[in-house]
Design a protein. Structure first.
Length: 73
């Protein structure tokens, strides 16, 4: 859950590709490293290991942020 809302961890993919990455994450990891750089992905992996509990207020702020971004597209 620590990286669920991290934009660097968001990839648009179909159900089939998403389930394939569950069993073979290497193609997605290769793409992520190419897109963001190895250091950034390593930082994301470290962040993934740390527990995170978001409050309802923090989640509402994220919803508002992405709602505004969506409306500006």
């Amino acid at each position: 859950m620590s990286t669920r809302w991290d934009e660097m961890n968001a990839y648009c993919q179909c159900v089939v590709c998403n389930s394939m990455h569950e069993y073979n994450p290497e193609p997605l990891m290769t793409y992520a490293i190419m897109k963001h750089g190895r250091e950034s992905i390593e930082e994301l992996m470290q962040k993934h290991k740390k527990p995170l509990k978001m409050s309802d207020g923090e989640i509402m702020l994220l919803i508002e942020k992405y709602d505004k971004m969506y409306k500006n597209v």
